[in-house]
Design a protein around this ligand. Structure first.
Ligand code: KG4
Ligand code: ZN
Length: 328
């Protein structure tokens, strides 16, 4: 039996969730700043941390009201320790430490990616050993998990993360930030009409997306110099199909090589409909995706990972610091 209050503030969302036991989510309040950052075409770190300071108390108040819980009833405070934007992380960390000190609760520092992975356990138990495909704005990794909370990174991007590539392609196509969800939608309406190179199509488990991103940028640039029009939905479809081809084939290869029981997908790009469809169709091994509402950054996922750390009494001291760069 546990009641975990979790805070996630690693980027441009301030989120607070309260999780009872394994998957009874009493609230998951997310204050998004996306409309503000959209004006700048991407997240502005200084603005993100200032806005977190402004809203953290009201997000906490709303969370406690929605859950109908008093702070005294909470068993532990979980908080994202990193990786992420340093100023953003500090706001959530300081709020968590203040609550832990004032209410005499244990503090739990959670890795952001462990949170994304354990978002899956809000729905059903993960069956180990498993292979996790982590795809977000900052990460593209294949992680082998022999057992609970054991993370072995067997492959990763050598340059851009997949979400970052989506967002940069979105910018070239003059789409609103973040480009990922918009390109996903457009791709479904377009056809694979443009030839783009398959990125790092080799035997390794690593990825590379900067060449693919540059190919899209060059294609748009050359077309505009020649006065030709690009069909945005066709380009979105071509980009997505090539990116997914390598993501899906490497994930399935690694899952077979490591003889896992299931594949789990984590991170913001796990919301991608094309990825969900292609991986589910092509994998001979069971694939688990987080529910759509827990794909992008949220505190429910931090509560889910924090709940496991609570069970193993993996508590942190009150001088815990944030880690903007933090290996799994
Ligand atoms: O996990 P997340 O919320 O933040 C990080 O930890 O980075 O992921 C955000 C990323 C953004 O790059 C966004 O464009 C991408 O996830 N994303 C998507 C989709 N929904 C969000 N990319 C492709 N298709 C989507 N449907
Ligand atoms: Zn994330």
């Amino acid at each position: 039996m546990s009641l975990i209050l979790a805070i996630e503030s690693s980027c441009d969302e301030m989120s607070i969730a309260i999780l009872k036991d394994k998957r009874e989510l009493l609230c998951n309040v997310v204050a998004s700043q996306i409309d503000t950052h959209r004006l700048f075409g991407g997240v502005v770190p200084e603005i993100a941390s200032r806005m977190h300071v402004e809203c953290v108390s009201t997000v906490l108040k709303t969370a406690l009201q929605q859950a109908n819980i008093n702070m005294a009833d909470i068993d532990a405070i979980a908080v994202t320790k990193g990786p992420g934007l340093v100023g953003s992380l500090h706001v959530g960390m300081q709020a968590a430490k203040t609550l832990a000190l004032a209410y005499h609760k244990p503090l739990i520092g959670v890795h952001h990616i462990a949170g994304h992975i354990y978002a899956n356990e809000l729905v059903e138990d993960i069956k180990y050993p498993c292979l996790c495909l982590v795809v977000s704005g900052g990460h593209s990794e294949l992680v082998y998990m022999k057992s609970e909370f054991s993370f072995e990174v067997i492959g990763q991007t050598l340059d851009d993360a997949i979400g970052e590539a989506y967002d940069k392609v979105g910018r070239v196509l003059h789409l609103p930030y973040p480009g990922g969800p918009v390109i996903d939608k457009m791709a479904a309406e377009g056809k694979h009409a443009y030839h783009l190179p398959l990125p790092l199509n080799d035997d390794s488990y690593n990825f590379s997306f900067s060449g693919l991103k540059s190919a899209v940028i060059n294609l748009c640039h050359n077309a505009s110099q020649r006065g030709e029009d690009i069909v945005p939905s066709d380009l979105a479809c071509s980009f997505q199909e090539v990116a997914l081809e390598v993501l899906v084939s490497k994930t399935i290869k690694a899952a077979k090589d490591y003889n896992v029981n299931e594949i789990i997908v984590a991170g913001g790009v796990s919301a991608n409909k094309g990825l969900r469809q292609k991986l589910s169709q092509e994998s001979p091994i069971k694939v688990l995706f987080p529910p759509m509402s827990y794909c992008t950054d949220n505190a429910a996922m931090i509560a889910s990972a924090g709940r496991i750390m609570y069970e193993h009494q993996r508590f942190s001291p009150l001088d815990l610091s944030v880690k903007p760069s933090y290996d799994l």
